[in-house]
Design a binder for this molecule. Sequence first.
Ligand code: AMP
Ligand code: GLY
Length: 413
Amino acid sequence: MNILVIGGGGREHAIAHAFSRSPRVHTVFVSPGNPGMTDVATLVSLDDAAIAAFARGNDVGFVFIGPEQPLANGLADTLRADGVRVIGPSQAAARIESSKAFAKDIMRRYDVPTAAYEVFGDYEPACAFLRTAAFPLVIKADGLAAGKGVTVAHSFEEADEALRGIFIDQRFGQTDVVIEEFLVGWETSIFAFTDGEQFVSTIFSQDHKPLLNGDKGPNTGGMGAYAPVKSAERWRDEVNEKVFGRALAGLRAEGCPFSGILYAGLMMTADGPRVVEFNCRFGDPETEVVLPLLLTDMVSICEAIDGGEVQNLQLKWNDRFAVAVVAASGGYPGSYRKGLAINIEPWQSDEARVYYAGVKQAEDGLATSGGRVLLVAAVADTLSAACDEAYRHMNKISFDDIIYRTDIGAKGY
Ligand code: AMP
Ligand code: GLY
């Protein structure tokens, strides 16, 4: 069969790469993809309305939707209604990510461990709540905000400024606000493959959201990741039962069973794991370290999800470590230059590879076109060796203004 992946970032490059390793896959199409992915994929550019006909006409076994926005828009529903086999939740189930208030209400109702919270629809009552609250606390715009809708406020003034930005300046459009307890601990994330009833969870991984070494500087879409996070393993049974088990049961009970990939972002606190967020899809950049270690055929995973047979799915993992380091454009997450030529001294190794994110085709090669430009992902027997491999290969890559953290993975060893 052929596969069609929807999306165009480093995550989708890693997804396409995983499908390309399946002996059952002939061609991996990606729409719109990016010109760095052509090592494993064939690029196509399809409007949502053209996807079903393309899938039927090109022997596409599964359409795999990478990013949250098309899922929140209901793309999985329209494709399913058109008879296309698709991996990704319905619009109703995707609210677990697209509405933080919905996600928190599900967690409260079905006893999923998470930070205490209140939801507000207007500035005045939210501000009144802040006057009696203890700091720090966390202010979140309700909808999808590409990671920019969260403020950790250490004082009333900081919190009030965030509230004004959301309600008065409408920085994220018309939206509710979730105000929640600040959790202390360390963060890790994990995915579940689920058909809505059964689920199987993956290895744990860890994102690095702040821009600079030592987790300093502004938050970004993620500057690197590693997997597995062995120190999280002791929590696996608890996470399976109280996080995935309860959330999926809750979504079923609410009439919107979730099928696809459910992402749990966790804070490991002194009282155990607490959910910071759910996402309705694979994480980015976690996917770029989890999928390289996955030995199970992606097609059999899709068949189990789509066919309601996840109870028969046994995941096999390469017993090694993966690290992915993001190279970004200087200035990111603020403004940055684009169109800068990317130079790579080529190497021959399956242990280290490049996943492309924000690139475009230039006359004589690839050029930068986004904040996060590419990732170097490396696999090795130990975490520190994987870090060394990733950075050794990053040294072969250059473009003007290139920035990357030099401590990705260091927390894990
Ligand atoms: P979110 O978009 O909800 O994942 O939040 C982005 C980041 O803000 C998280 O990865 C955490 O680092 C931080 N964060 C969010 N909620 C909390 C919380 N309740 N306590 C502490 N940190 C949080
Ligand atoms: N790595 C966080 C996310 O994918 O939302």
